[in-house]
Write a protein that binds this ligand. Structure first.
Ligand code: ATP
Length: 331
């Protein structure tokens, strides 16, 4: 397997090396292709991502990505949106599951659900008109886009509790009726139990009763907001991994950004990036490696080797070394 490794900017340069150390500890046959994208590249060359970068990415099977800082350039072409579109990674997957001994905002630890977010259309269609006194963004919902994300959610649900919750705002946004109806049709066809929630009630319910949910499927912007919000249930943005999956490629990135406020201090939590390695293993259907990574993370937390955001005093590097060391011992 060929893996593009992009540290990016800010704490991406700290958490990705820790994740790579963990990946190396698994001793798998993976060719790593490191390259630079983002603010640092933009400062040097005037472009955060080029057509050549996209070509190299397409020669790889998947991508491990840190974070990028947005350059102050009105013509800036988003690195993340470019990669998502070019690789057609249409399903954004964010597991929301507590880690042993870590309590999030609500103190609850009895939840385990996954948010499946449509990743290529909706409010991120890129179709915009900017004028002096009025601006427009076109929200695009297609049957094809809704069908394939619903099919992905159902496939995942069949490996879990065989039920999905469809999140929408079809009482106000007429475009969401197509999303809702398509998801219902797919779930019926696949034999997956389904219910639906309006996004505003869902925000409340995810915080007050997260244990009710298993697989949650929704459109692009709603998924973006609900998944960052749900990271608070787990404890820190530094604990939340994500995967972007398409037919051919996959792209793994921590939910957090480049965190300029703590960059360079060696205190960024690398667990989100390390759990991206776990998700990569699941994508490769290497369940054994995925379980070892999760087990190693929980073991290291139990030993109190944690960064300050979750109450510890260890450095990014210490946490990465400890997780990798545990895996090496188990191999
Ligand atoms: P960007 O502009 O790149 O999105 P940001 O600072 O606006 O960066 P995040 O990087 O997501 O957004 O950070 C939000 C907050 O969470 C910051 O205070 C940051 O320090 C904290 N944070 C994010 N990631 C981590 C991490 N891995 N470990 C510890 N704290 C983190």
């Amino acid at each position: 397997m060929k893996l593009a490794v992009i540290e990016g900017d800010g704490i991406g340069k700290e958490v990705i090396p820790a994740a790579v150390e963990v990946l190396d500890a698994l001793c798998l046959d993976i060719e790593k292709v490191p390259f630079e994208l983002g603010y640092g590249k933009w400062e040097k060359t005037g472009a955060a991502i080029t057509d050549k970068d996209v070509r190299i990415l397409k020669e790889c099977d998947c991508v491990l990505f840190g974070a990028v800082t947005t350059p102050p350039d009105p013509d800036y072409k988003s690195v993340l949106l470019t990669i998502r579109k070019e690789l057609d990674v249409y399903a954004n997957i964010r597991p929301i599951k507590p880690l042993v001994g870590i309590k999030g905002l609500t103190g609850m630890t009895n939840f385990d659900f996954v948010i499946v977010r449509e990743n290529t259309e909706g409010m991120y269609s890129g179709i915009e008109e900017l004028h002096d006194d009025v601006s427009y963004t076109k929200r695009v919902i297609t049957r094809k886009g809704s069908k394939r994300i619903a099919e992905y959610a159902c496939k995942l649900a069949k490996q879990r509790q065989n039920r999905i919750t469809i999140v929408h705002k079809s009482n106000v946004l007429r475009s969401d009726k197509l999303f809702l109806d398509t998801c219902r049709d797919v779930a019926d066809f696949e034999g997956v139990t389904h219910n639906d929630m309006l996004v505003d009630s869902m925000a409340y319910s995810l915080i007050t009763s997260p244990q009710k949910y298993d697989v949650v499927v929704t459109t692009n912007l709603f998924g973006d907001i609900l998944s960052d919000m749900s990271a608070a249930l787990v404890g820190s943005l530094g604990l939340a991994p994500s995967a972007n999956i398409g037919e051919k490629y996959a792209f793994f990135e921590p939910v957090h950004g480049s965190a300029p406020d703590i960059a360079g201090k060696g205190i960024a939590n690398p667990i989100a990036a390390i759990l991206c390695v776990k998700m990569m293993m699941e994508w490769c259907e290497d369940t054994k490696s995925a379980l070892i990574v999760e087990d190693a993370v929980n073991h290291v937390i139990k030993r109190g080797i944690m960064t300050p955001d979750i109450g510890g005093r260890s450095s990014t590097r210490d946490v990465g070394h400890a997780v990798a060391e545990y895996i090496r011992m188990r191999q």
